[in-house]
Design a protein around this ligand. Structure first.
Ligand SMILES: [Zn+2]
Length: 265
């Protein structure tokens, strides 16, 4: 069996995407209620990073992972992603990632910068403002879009899709003064029209919230990391990913034609 990031034997010209992509949200030592199980303690994140290092793996942003995969250099890499753009990413995750020489992608809700996660009925957490978003990018991490207002996109009207998907990219590109190639569907909610809108908005890739369905370049699967995940859980998730999804192909820059799917948070 191949391990995470190792190329699967394949015929010439075929492209295969195997590395797991981990999905975190808030990284914080807070002990406030966490009804949606979206907060991982920094000590636990550090144990995860230490485990990756011990296994000879390196966590990188999704953009970097895809680029490496295209160049046949994804062996030993796994993706690290952080949804919603909370300020605790800058405070707690960035120093740890730096210490371990790893990078990640943070998906920012572009219309809520400097605000809070009003879409959530859980604890209200501060979201990075434009200055902090620039700081993240300057520290070598990838900034992706997570819509303008964190809405579920499955079933949304074309106008809404264009606003949430396209406008958020323009807002972040204006903040960063550089291209924003990555997008992430809030709640993992998408359908064919949403996936098509992602391509039409000029994104290079997008990810969902589940690791159960093989996706294509704009519906890339991710492994959810729960607050209680030990190193052993992480290994189990990587093995599961490798077994279930390791042998699918990665189409290049698809522009639509995606099966209507949606999933829970
Ligand atoms: Zn989110």
């Amino acid at each position: 069996m191949t391990g995470p990031g190792e190329p699967v034997p394949t015929t010439a010209g075929e492209r295969v995407f195997t590395p797991p992509v981990f999905m975190y949200h808030s990284i914080s030592p807070s002990d406030a209620p966490d009804p949606h199980a979206l907060r991982v303690h920094p000590d636990r994140l550090e144990r995860h990073l230490r485990l990756l290092r011990r296994l000879g793996l390196c966590g990188v942003s999704l953009g970097e992972l895809l680029q490496a995969e295209e160049g046949g250099a994804a062996r030993g890499l796994v993706g690290l992603t952080f949804d919603d753009g909370y300020t605790d990413f800058l405070e707690h995750a960035v120093p740890l990632l730096d210490r371990y020489g790893m990078t990640g992608t943070v998906y920012v809700v572009a219309g809520r910068m400097g605000d809070r996660n009003q879409w959530d009925d859980g604890p209200q957490l501060p979201i990075m403002d434009a200055v902090q978003v620039r700081e993240v990018a300057a520290a070598g991490h990838e900034v992706g879009s997570h819509t303008m207002t964190h809405v579920a996109l499955a079933g949304a009207e074309p106008k809404r899709l264009a606003a949430e998907i396209g406008d958020s990219r323009r807002v972040l590109e204006d903040v960063l003064q550089s291209e924003v190639p990555g997008f992430c569907y809030p709640y993992g909610s998408f359908d064919a029209a949403a996936a098509e809108a992602v391509g039409a908005a000029g994104y290079d890739h997008a990810c969902v919230t589940g690791d159960y369905d093989p996706g294509d370049r704009v519906t890339l699967p991710r492994c959810y990391v729960s607050p209680g995940d030990t190193a052993a859980h992480l290994v189990a998730r990587m093995v599961r990913h490798t077994v279930r999804l390791g042998r699918r192909r990665l189409p290049v820059r698809t522009r639509g034609g995606h099966p209507p799917t949606s999933s829970a948070r």
